[in-house]
Design a protein around this ligand. Structure first.
Ligand SMILES: O=C(O)CNC(=O)[C@H](CS)NC(=O)CCC(=O)C(=O)O
Length: 294
C-alpha cells in the first residue's frame, strides 16, 4: 500500500496561519499512513491582487517554504504545495524588468514545489498556462497581471507513489501537457488547484476524469475551498483522487463549515499497468494522421 493524501483547505492572506494549517495536515496525513500529501495551489496565501507582490517577497513567505520542508522531514513524507514564488529568488538586487507587469509591478511565478521525505525540494514546477479569462456578465480574472508563466514542463519525479508529473490548476484544461507527461513516464499527474465555483461546477470533475482516462494515470487534485477572507474569491473545493480507469476513488467533503481536510487512496501501480496493457492507447495512436506528442 502506498497511500496518498490529497488536501482541501481555505488559504487566507495570513501566511503564518496557512503554514500552521499545513503542518497539522502533514502530521495527520503521516499518522494516517500516507507517504505523500498534496496541498492546493496558492496554499501560502490567497490575497487581493494588489498585495501579491509584497506578500511573495516577505520574510513570512520564505518561512512558509522552510516550515513545509521542516514538517515534511519531521513527518517523513513527501509534500506537494502550491506557492507564489519570487522570480528574483529572494535576492535583494532588482529582478529583471521582464517579470514586471504593464504597470511596473513585480510579478511572481505560480509554483508547485515537490518536497521529499527528508525535506529537500526535488522539483519546482512553474504554472505554464495562466488563467486569463473575461466572460461576459461574469468572471474577469487576469492571472498574468500578477504572474509570469513558466517556460518548461518538468520530467516526472520518481517518488514512493511512482513517477509524478506536475501541472497546476488551469493547466488541467489542456490535454497536451498531460499527454506529454505520460509520454515521459508519468504514473501520477497532480493538479493543485483553486477553481472558481462557476467553472468548477461545470468542468472540474469532468476534466480530471478525462485527463486520468486519456493518460491512463492516477490524477491527484488538491483544492482550495470556500470564501477567502479579505477577497471576493470563492473556490470550488471537491479535492479528489481519480484512478487510471477514471473512477473518483476518494473525494473530500463538501459539508460546511469547511475545515482543512484530506482524502486518501492507495496509489496502486499494478492496476495502472493492467489498464495500460488491456487498452494499449499508446501503441494505437495514428501519428501518421496527427502530430505525435513528444
Ligand atoms: O495565485 C493565486 O492567488 C491563486 N491562483 C489561482 O487561483 C488561479 C489563477 S487566478 N486559478 C485558476 O487557475 C482557476 C482556474 C479555473 O477556475 C478554471 O480553469 O476554470
Amino acid at each position: 500500500m502506498t497511500l496518498a493524501a490529497v488536501a482541501q483547505l481555505t488559504s487566507s492572506g495570513l501566511i503564518a496561519e496557512n503554514l500552521s494549517t499545513c503542518i497539522s495536515l502533514i502530521r495527520r496525513a503521516s499518522s494516517a499512513g500516507a507517504k505523500a500529501i498534496f496541498l492546493p495551489e496558492a496554499t501560502d496565501f490567497i490575497a487581493p491582487a494588489a498585495s501579491v507582490a509584497a506578500l511573495t517577497r516577505s520574510a513570512e513567505a520564505r518561512d512558509f517554504v522552510q516550515g513545509i520542508r521542516d514538517a515534511a522531514k519531521s513527518a517523513g513524507i513527501w509534500v506537494s504545495v502550491g506557492i507564489h514564488e519570487d522570480p528574483s529568488g529572494g535576492s535583494s538586487s532588482s529582478s529583471p524588468s521582464s517579470t514586471a507587469n504593464g504597470k511596473g509591478q513585480e510579478r511572481c511565478y505560480n509554483t508547485q514545489l515537490l518536497v521529499d521525505e527528508r525535506g529537500e525540494v526535488r522539483a519546482r514546477y512553474r504554472k505554464t498556462h495562466l488563467f486569463d479569462v473575461d466572460i461576459k456578465g461574469g468572471l474577469t480574472i487576469l492571472e498574468s497581471n500578477t504572474t509570469v508563466p513558466g517556460e518548461e514542463l518538468l520530467d516526472p519525479i520518481n517518488t514512493p507513489l511512482g513517477n509524478v508529473g506536475l501541472l497546476t490548476c488551469y493547466d488541467l484544461r489542456f490535454a497536451e501537457p498531460a499527454l506529454a507527461l505520460r509520454a515521459r513516464g508519468a504514473h501520477v499527474i497532480t493538479y493543485p488547484s483553486a477553481f472558481t465555483v462557476r467553472t468548477g461546477a461545470a468542468h472540474w470533475e469532468v476534466l480530471l476524469r478525462a485527463r486520468a482516462i486519456e493518460t491512463q494515470s492516477w490524477v491527484l487534485a488538491a483544492a482550495q475551498v470556500g470564501a477567502h477572507a479579505g477577497t471576493a474569491r470563492v473556490s470550488w473545493g471537491h479535492a479528489m483522487i481519480v484512478d487510471p480507469y477514471g473512477s473518483v476513488v476518494a473525494q473530500t467533503s463538501d459539508m460546511q463549515p469547511y475545515k482543512p481536510t484530506f482524502c486518501l487512496a492507495d496509489i496502486d501501480l499494478d492496476s495502472l499497468e493492467n489498464v495500460r496493457r488491456e487498452m494499449p492507447l499508446w501503441d494505437q495512436r495514428r501519428t501518421d494522421l496527427y502530430p505525435r506528442i513528444p
